[in-house]
Ligand binder design. Structure first.
Ligand SMILES: [Zn+2]
Ligand SMILES: [Zn+2]
Length: 151
């Protein structure tokens, strides 16, 4: 644990990235950005994102234009954020842990982000699919795996 903290202080693993909504009213700067992300096929994500929801964990995030950032509570444990001007989806926020999952497409540069898993695979419509070999968790698997975040 000491070693990990030391590395963070030295900045080697402080993977910082910026991003914004479509109109630029909301900017963000995130630290400790996880480059491996998952796709969610749950019904709420389908409605919120227009299809597949792609988001990645960040250690911390600072917003500029926060007055244009709208937060919508979608469950007892989470809220989602979007730009109040252009409507672009920006994040999923786990309230208990204060953990942000930023929308992959909102980052300025996503070329080195890699999709490494799918969740709620049994909610995915049959008409499309993500190619590649990676874990695909069912709704039951997903809820079991992430119960610590929701209870
Ligand atoms: Zn906007
Ligand atoms: Zn979802």
């Amino acid at each position: 644990m000491v070693a990990a903290n030391t590395i963070r202080v030295q900045g080697e693993h402080m993977n910082s990235r910026s991003g914004q909504c479509n109109c630029g009213a909301v900017h963000f700067d995130a630290d400790d950005v996880e480059l491996e992300f998952s796709a969610c096929h749950c019904r709420m994500c389908q409605r919120w994102s227009g299809g597949i929801f792609l988001a990645t964990s960040v250690g911390s995030v600072r917003f500029t234009g926060e007055e244009n950032l709208k937060r919508f509570r979608t469950s007892d444990w989470a809220e989602r954020g979007f730009c109040d001007v252009c409507g672009a989806s920006l994040f999923y926020h786990l309230l208990k842990l204060d953990k942000y999952e930023m929308c992959v497409g909102a980052f300025d540069n996503v070329d080195d982000f890699v999709l490494t898993g799918e969740i709620f695979i049994d909610r995915k419509p049959g008409g499309y699919a993500i190619a590649g070999e990676h874990p695909r968790l069912t709704e039951a698997d997903t809820i079991a795996k992430y119960s610590e975040y929701t209870n």
